[in-house]
Design a protein around this ligand. Structure first.
Ligand code: VGL
Ligand code: ZN
Length: 202
């Protein structure tokens, strides 16, 4: 068991990101046994949950004429338009039934404001509005983070980069993550994580 300065952050292991879900990540559920094992190794365990209202601005369906997976410009910058996913209270937004959620200390929800997306567990996509996770971790004395979950190239990468910028020592276990890989997004995310000082391990 690692000491209390080291937290495991499990990103978005929800039905909609697993096979059969609305924004399924290939083999998204394959990481669950390893994540459950890791939860036993860490003193501090946090789960994140993508949690959108039906009128969320990241849904292509809320932009008449826009194609799913196209890019649009939001006041805070470019935004991918996604299929409707992780709607608050839906089965798709629930954690995968195989995930050992009972072991978690904290569940932090993100993406609940209609006008702004939140890939990162720390800041919404304006890179300014905090989720509160930084304060939680700092007040518990956490300095080191290990990140796992879905998807490597979006919510995991954004979270890892923000955490590194905030001064945490960050490791991403790529073997316990799976990617969407949209137009080279995985290669780009890996390069950006490395540049931010994130350690990438298997
Ligand atoms: C995610 C796209 C939209 C993720 C969440 O968890 O990586 N990706 N919402
Ligand atoms: Zn989302």
């Amino acid at each position: 068991m690692r000491d209390t300065s080291h937290a495991l952050i499990v990103i978005d292991v929800q039905n909609d990101f697993c096979p059969g879900g609305a924004l399924a990540v290939a083999d998204g559920d394959a990481i669950i046994p390893r994540i459950n094992e890791l939860m036993g190794d860490f003193a501090v365990k946090v789960l994140t949950q993508d949690w959108h209202p039906e009128d969320h601005a990241s849904f292509a369906a809320n932009h008449p004429g826009a194609e799913t997976f196209s890019l649009t410009e939001m006041p805070y910058g470019p935004q991918v338009l996604w299929p409707i996913h992780c709607v608050q209270g839906s089965d798709g937004a629930a954690f995968h039934a195989g995930l050992a959620t009972d072991l978690a200390d904290l569940v932090i929800r993100k993406g609940f404001r209609a006008a702004i997306d939140s890939y990162s567990a720390f800041f919404e996509n304006d890179h300014a509005t905090p989720t509160g996770l930084e304060g939680y971790l700092r007040t518990r004395g956490v300095t080191d983070l290990t990140l796992v979950g879905l998807a490597t190239d979006f919510c995991v990468a954004y979270s890892a980069i923000d955490a590194a910028k905030l001064g945490f020592n960050v490791t991403v276990l790529e073997g316990a993550c799976r990617a969407i890989d949209l137009d080279g997004s995985l290669a780009k995310a890996r390069a950006e994580m490395r540049a931010a000082g994130v350690r990438l391990e298997a």
